[in-house]
Design a binder for this molecule. Structure first.
Ligand SMILES: Cc1cc2nc3c(=O)[nH]c(=O)nc-3n(C[C@H](O)[C@H](O)[C@H](O)COP(=O)(O)O)c2cc1C
Length: 157
């Protein structure tokens, strides 16, 4: 069986925290999406910039992912919620690469307002099967979703 691939974006580290849990439990390769131009300024500045970028569906340039997606059938796709949808770097990834026929499992970290994030992934990745999505709530950097819920999700993967 082909290995699973985790592709994720994390600005403040919460989504990365979930990746660290996943990599201890699954046989996976991991790609962290990074924008070529890093976000700068205060957290509030980035929140404002994020609003402009998500409103306009802006796609920041991202660094090369360094793997061949043909080697994987299943992608665990991690993103924070930015303004009720996925982060701009994830939009770039979903638009730039051919994910048709692949299974995509979204894991979405958020502060409680998930918006249409998973549906937005489904419409952009419309040639993939998007399933088993999980929303993981954080309060700042404290995970509020229980480990038992996360473990039950991992057991399904
Ligand atoms: C630009 C920006 C926009 C955000 N918009 C939302 C939102 O619409 N809903 C929500 O629940 N959380 C929102 N958040 C909070 C993040 O989704 C949450 O802190 C997430 O866990 C951060 O993941 P990360 O640490 O991997 O970047 C936003 C954060 C940023 C930086």
């Amino acid at each position: 069986m082909k290995k699973k691939l985790i592709v994720y974006y994390s600005y403040t580290g919460n989504t990365k925290m979930i990746v660290d849990i996943l990599k201890d439990n699954l046989d996976v390769d991991i790609v962290r999406l990074e924008t070529i131009k890093p976000y700068s300024g205060s957290y509030d500045d980035v929140v404002e910039q994020g609003k402009k970028e998500t409103d306009s569906r802006y796609m920041p340039e991202i660094k090369e992912i360094g793997i061949d997606l043909k080697d994987y059938d299943e992608i665990l796709l991690g993103s924070p919620v930015w303004w009720y949808t996925f982060a701009p770097a994830v939009r770039t990834f979903l638009s730039k690469y051919d994910l048709s026929g692949k299974k995509i499992v979204p894991f979405i970290t958020n502060g409680g307002w998930i918006g249409s994030t998973v549906d937005d992934i489904k419409s952009l990745a419309n040639n993939s099967q998007v399933k088993n999505a999980i929303n993981i709530k954080f309060n700042g950097s404290d995970m509020e979703t229980s480990m038992s819920e996360i473990n039950a999700w991992i057991d399904k993967l």
